[in-house]
Ligand binder design. Structure first.
Ligand code: NAD
Length: 505
């Protein structure tokens, strides 16, 4: 077996980054962070308290009001963003090592995330220089136009799955549009975030535009959400946390974007290209250790191909290479944290009473320690089963048969979530009609999850609120003020004019 690969120069203490400086919490508070192979502490991390959040927000507010960033020409901001993308790309290897070490993601999949992070910056660097806004003319009377403005300090709160990429997804549009930010990464996976300050400094981002705080959701996250100087919150994480944040932000009418959980269906019709569907559905639920918001974690299969498809699926699952995250041969690594491992294992136990276990079913063989879960397949799962309804966020799939299109649609829509869906069929009409009828923010037809950065990303129902991606991100991170100019006399009804004095011109 390959050796556990510990990145060189691993920091043992991580600090906040506020106003261009690395700092500890004012009261010295810290928390410990573990890596998921040994579950041993590898670093202490500064833990932000309200006074630290205040400092970070004050820095971002000052940079927004007084710094050059928010009023810079888009071309100048774009140059900085392109440099960020270049630097991220040039540090691809190092970044992937840190990410894989901290989160347990297989190294080959971590490399893909670093490239996507760079692409996010390049995309918004290009978008802001080609940005156009509406102008409207009422001939001879009025011209009206949209004045798009950055909003101010954006609070960015991110989850522990693919952390660096998730962070880039929010950072790139937030700063591209001229806002300043306070970002709070998830406390399970703080490591890769410490690269941002260096990358941003080298690219020429002014101090104070980017502020980073580490800390718990309930203290630092909650305080950031409620902070009166933070008018925008972009959050990615669990649906129940999203509900808490939504309530906390409501009294101040903040702009809110919530990207939440999922229990996405992958629907396989008998007329599909079954090899392609098998590759995609296996990858769809087991890639990124199954810790993927858009995982196709419910596979719905048409009855006439059900037995064969399920048998082939289970065979693939049994052959998946579980291993050290740093081993390039590994397909499924170690789950992020022992608490999450326990959660996934408890769902597997529930599953044993709800479905027919065909692969996996517990800790991966040969891994007595670490958070290794064997890729697990349950077939014949009924729609009222908890493993059909609830997000497990690990390498566990529920497979269910269907007979007709109507039944497939009902099963597909029968959860509280609505993030993604995948449909496999060679019938064009069915593909589109079925896609239109699914309650989900995104549908992939005959494809696994391939993102086009121009398309809207987000969910319906308990999977989220709002859309980011392409122009939707620009819309979210800016305010659109409409300006009206009269070209003619101002025609106002003359209230109180009869006996009132006139202005001597
Ligand atoms: P989580 O909700 O536990 O935590 C996410 C972030 O919110 C962390 O930084 C956490 O510290 C913070 N937080 C927790 N409580 C908070 C509070 N009261 N106020 C403010 N911040 C708070 O989620 P997680 O376990 O880190 O991530 C996994 C979840 O994220 C899964 O449900 C997954 O589906 C979802 N996810 C969704 C998407 C998407 O785009 N829809 C993408 C990735 C992950």
């Amino acid at each position: 077996m390959a050796e556990h690969n510990i990145p060189e120069n691993l920091p043992t203490h991580l600090q906040h980054f506020i106003n261009g400086e690395f700092v500890d919490s004012l009261n010295g508070a810290t928390f410990d962070v573990q890596e998921p192979v040994s579950n041993e502490n590898y670093a202490t991390v500064a833990s932000a308290q309200p006074e630290d959040v205040d400092r970070a927000v004050a820095s971002a507010k000052d940079a927004f009001k007084n710094g050059p960033w928010s009023t810079m020409l888009p071309r100048e901001r774009s140059r900085v963003l392109h440099k960020i993308a270049d630097i991220v790309e040039s540090r691809d290897e190092e970044l992937a090592l840190l990410e894989s070490y901290d989160s347990g993601l297989p190294i080959t999949q971590a490399k893909g995330q670093a490239r996507r992070a760079a692409e996010n910056f390049r995309f918004f660097a290009d978008l802001i220089v080609s940005q156009e806004d509406n102008a409207f003319k009422v001939p001879g009377r009025q011209i009206n136009y949209v004045n798009r403005k950055p909003i101010g300090v954006a609070g960015l709160i991110t989850p522990w799955n693919v952390p660096f990429m998730q962070e880039s997804w929010k950072l790139a549009p937030a700063i591209a549009t001229g806002n300043t930010v306070v970002m709070k990464p998830a406390s399970y996976t703080p490591l890769s975030a410490v690269l941002w300050p260096e990358i941003f400094r080298e690219a020429g981002l002014p101090d104070g535009v980017f502020n980073l705080i580490f800390g718990s959701g309930s203290v630092a996250g909650d305080y950031l959400v409620k902070h009166p100087d933070v008018p925008i919150i972009s959050f990615t994480g669990d649906s129940s946390t999203g509900a808490t944040i939504s309530t906390a932000a409501a009294p101040q009418f903040k702009s809110l974007s919530l990207e939440l959980g999922g229990k996405s269906p992958a629907v396989v019709f008998a007329d599909a290209d079954l090899e392609a569907a098998l590759d995609a559905t296996v990858f769809g639920v087991f890639s990124l250790n199954g810790e993927r918001c858009t995982a196709g974690s419910r596979v719905l299969v048409q009855r006439e191909i059900y037995d064969d498809f399920v048998a082939a699926f289970a065979e693939r699952a049994k052959n998946i290479r579980v291993g050290l995250p740093s081993d390039p041969a590994t397909e499924v690594g170690s789950l992020v944290h022992p608490n999450h491992f326990d959660k996934v294992m408890s769902y597997i136990e529930i599953g044993k009473t709800e479905g027919r276990l065909l692969a996996g079913g517990g800790r991966a063989e040969g891994f007595p320690t670490g958070n290794y879960v064997a890729p697990t397949v349950f077939a014949d799962v009924k729609p009222d089963a908890r493993i059909f309804q609830e997000e497990i966020f690990g390498p566990v799939v529920a497979i269910t048969p269907f007979d007709t299109d109507e039944e497939a649609l009902q099963l597909a829509n029968d959860t509280k979530y609505g993030l993604a869906a995948y449909v496999w069929t060679s019938n064009l009409k069915r593909a589109h009609n079925f896609a239109h009828a699914i309650d989900s923010g995104m549908v992939w037809l005959n494809s696994n999850n391939v993102r086009d950065l121009r398309t809207p990303f987000g969910g319906v129902k308990a999977s989220g609120l709002g859309r980011e991606g392409g122009y939707r991100s620009v819309d979210f991170y800016t305010t659109q003020q409409s300006i009206q100019i009269t070209l003619n006399e101002a025609h106002s009804p003359r209230f109180g004019a009869d006996d009132a004095a006139k202005i001597d011109a």
